[in-house]
Ligand binder design. Structure first.
Ligand code: GLN
Length: 449
């Protein structure tokens, strides 16, 4: 049924970079047999899911939507992918994204443009635009995305689905092609909060192959489904008045309605300040680009992917392969990051950004002393027209204002649908919680559904 849906919708949406119909059907049949034989089928037995194309799979290709990796076949599964398979999920295909997850609209894909299922003239958001569009158009039941600065939450909001970024360290990054290693986190995009809890249960957990994945002693395993339908008593929700003032009128109005709904459910609403919020974009775009410039050094035409054929020297191999393989936005980020890390500028830019990051982390700590969760917009606007912002990368960066500070602080966040604008485009709201309190966060989000 899902492949019928893919056949019908994909020509208009272009969410998938590859599909695995034969292997998926075979696998589904195997799971059926397993169930028929009375074996324990796994939490996701037969569930049709899809994966953003920056997570490795030992079948098909892993392209990161980049020409430099257009033919790359990984020899192993990312831990999150392996966990889905171990739980019995059926992987239908790999999903489009901004090249190397750099962007907010999927317009930076080096392969194709995914369209928003609610209005195919609009972007699906990004960088996990393929994941959000595929879930919204029912071309998979749930998907995995990755979030470095909002790339799960913002496309989820643009496409009217649920998207969750877990705490940094909660889900293994092994097999996730690194963009900003201190910010990247894998998470689910789903139809509702319960599905997000189920997906997180499956993919979370310590992994000795990712040194930044947190040990079970520090972050005990939780069952996010256990009490998800129990309303949270004595709930305190923090809101940042300035955040709402800076969002578009219809988004701000939807957030205000959501606040009122929580109030009517018995929550106490506390107004707070995030004093360093104004510096979040600057700090993020220094740290993320610095880390990206270092991470992307491995794509050199020797070890992975595309190698230029027009080379005369070994220096040419690096220069020309990278010149031909990377798109414009990726090159911009590599240059920005290399500049920020270069000697003489390191202290002025990168080190300063790390200090600001710490101040932002403290803003969150202070906020969570007064409240259980923080409620705010996901994006200042709903999905914009394809091509509307491509000439002005800075404008695109500025729209990440509400999402990126969570990555800088490492805390979990979830984006859930909270209405529509007058053009019928979905509006999302965002809830954030203290590190490793996903169970509470999901429960609070579930109250709103
Ligand atoms: N839009 C942000 C960026 O371009 C976030 C991307 C992401 O989370 N991967 O960096």
């Amino acid at each position: 049924a899902y492949f019928d849906c893919i056949d019908a919708a994909e020509p208009k949406i272009d969410a998938y970079l590859s599909t695995f119909k034969d292997t998926a059907l075979e696998r589904a049949a195997q799971i059926d047999d397993k169930i028929a034989a009375g074996k324990k089928p796994g939490q996701l037995a037969g569930v049709p899911v899809a994966v953003k194309d920056n997570m490795t799979t030992d079948f098909g290709k892993t392209t990161c939507a980049s020409k430099i990796l257009a033919n790359f076949e990984a020899p192993y599964n990312a831990t999150a992918v392996q966990k889905l398979l171990d739980a019995g999920a059926v992987i239908l295909g790999k999903l489009n994204m901004d090249e190397f997850a750099m962007g907010s609209s999927t317009e930076n894909s080096g392969i194709k443009q995914t369209r928003n299922p609610w209005n195919t003239g609009c972007v699906p958001g990004g960088s996990s635009g393929g994941s959000a569009a595929a879930v919204a158009a029912r071309m998979c039941a749930s998907a995995l995305g990755s979030d470095t600065g909002g790339s799960i939450r913002q496309p989820a909001a643009f496409c009217g689905v649920v998207g969750m970024k877990p705490t940094y360290g909660r889900v293994s990054r092994y097999g996730l092609v690194a963009f900003g290693s201190s910010l990247d986190q894998i998470g689910p995009l789903t139809h509702d909060v319960k599905d997000a809890a189920l997906m997180l249960n499956v993919i979370a957990g310590h992994d000795s192959r990712d040194s930044t994945s947190v040990s079970e002693e520090l972050a005990p395993r939780c069952d996010c489904l256990a009490d998800i339908d129990n309303p949270f008593e004595g709930l305190r929700i923090a809101v940042v008045p300035e955040y709402n003032d800076s969002a578009e009128a219809q988004t701000a109005a939807a957030i205000r309605r959501a606040i009122e709904q929580y109030r009517s459910l018995g929550a106490e609403i506390v107004e707070i300040q995030m004093p360093h919020a104004d510096y979040a974009i600057a700090a993020y775009y220094l740290i993320a680009t610095a880390e990206a410039s270092s991470n992307l050094a491995r794509f050199d035409g020797v070890r992975y992917g595309h190698r230029s054929e027009n080379v005369k020297s070994y220096i040419d191999v690096y220069n020309m392969s990278r010149e031909e393989g990377f798109g414009q936005e990726v090159k911009r980020r590599i240059m920005l990051g290399t500049y920020a890390l270069s000697s003489g500028y390191y202290d002025a830019y990168y080190l300063k950004a790390l200090k600001v990051r710490n101040l932002i982390r403290r803003d969150y700590q202070a906020a969570f002393e007064r409240a259980d969760a923080l409620l705010m917009p996901v994006s200042p606007t709903t999905a914009f027209k394809i091509g509307e912002k491509t000439d002005d990368p800075l404008q695109m960066y500025l729209a990440d204002i509400y999402t990126i500070s969570l990555n800088l602080a490492g805390v979990p966040g979830i984006s859930i649908p909270c209405g529509m604008d007058s053009n019928g485009m979905p509006i999302g709201m965002q809830l954030a919680a203290p590190a490793f309190q996903e169970q509470k966060l999901l429960r609070i989000a579930r109250m709103y559904e």
